[in-house]
Design a binder for this molecule. Structure first.
Ligand code: 9MG
Length: 278
């Protein structure tokens, strides 16, 4: 549960927060906020100070309906930020990408974990991740960001997501990525209706019990807007509730925009989980 992320360590013996750094003009809740390198760097330092155990940097929006970004544009967005952050940050950097070329360049620049919403299904991605020799997070997504919310369909969402992720973990192991370096993520909001997201959260233990650390991303997601009718900037209380519910079901890493608040919520879970162990 202590992952070597390119020389920096991510300790998942207790639940941790992954801070979100979108270097994009169009992400769903913070698009454009950190597009300039200076703003991106400052935001990363702020998230580290607020208790993030890892910073996830992405240069291509994965919000529903988002358009693809060229390889060149993605590299130009993320690599200079990673190069400048890596020597000045104490925690590992994760690269949020589906492109094998970006994975390799980001790890060469100092990133220590690959977060792929496409579970390394792009041609060459699984081999590139194996060569990078860093932990990987495999996320479930039905369809792709352009089309995924049109009509997601499952017979049993919990079983299908679990089986898909275990199959992808098997593919990773076959190319030499050790099981201890694999995290799984059910992909809340990626080709799922509100009911399917709730079923996945209710059944999260089905995934947790497979032995891989589980990452969840629920922060500010549209399921909150659909259930409660609140705009994206008003979704913090519900995001915290969802983070706590996921950690109570065994999630080890929570991807979040509001790091200080999420960290505080998780500390209450940890205090409760450790009651009696003292
Ligand atoms: C990049 N990204 C956006 N949402 C995400 C989620 O829920 N999980 C992971 N692993 N990455 C995400």
């Amino acid at each position: 549960m202590r992952l070597d992320c390119n020389g920096r360590f991510l300790d998942l013996t207790r639940p941790q927060v992954m801070g979100v750094l979108n270097v994009t003009p169009d992400s769903f809740s913070d698009g454009g906020d950190f597009f300039s390198p200076e703003k991106a760097l400052q935001h990363a330092f702020d998230m580290e100070a607020a208790g993030a155990a890892i910073i996830d940097i992405g240069g291509e929006s994965t919000r529903p309906g988002a358009q693809e970004v060229s390889l060149q544009d993605e590299l130009e967005r993320v690599i200079p930020v990673i190069e400048r952050l890596q020597p000045r940050l104490g925690v590992p950097i994760s690269i949020d990408t589906q492109k094998p070329e970006v994975m390799c360049a980001a790890v060469a620049a100092g990133a220590g974990l690959i977060n792929d919403v496409n579970a390394l299904r792009a041609p060459g991605a699984v081999e590139a991740a194996a060569d990078c020799d860093v932990p990987v997070c495999l996320m479930h997504m039905q369809g792709d960001p352009r089309t995924m919310q049109s009509a997601p369909e499952y017979d049993n969402v919990v079983d299908e997501v679990r089986d898909f992720l275990l199959q992808r973990a098997g593919v990773c192991k076959n190319v030499g990525i050790p099981g201890e370096r694999i995290l799984l993520d059910p992909g809340f909001g990626f080709g799922k209706t509100v009911e399917q997201n709730l079923a996945l959260l209710a059944g999260l233990k089905e995934l947790v019990d497979r032995g891989y650390p589980v990452l969840v991303g629920l922060s500010r997601k549209s399921m909150i807007g659909k259930l409660l009718g609140v705009d994206v900037e008003e979704r913090l209380p519900a995001s915290l509730a969802l983070a706590v519910l996921a950690v109570e079901r065994g999630a080890r890493l929570v991807r979040a925009h509001d790091v200080a608040e999420t960290r505080q919520a998780l500390q209450m879970c940890i205090a409760l989980q450790e009651t009696g162990k003292r």
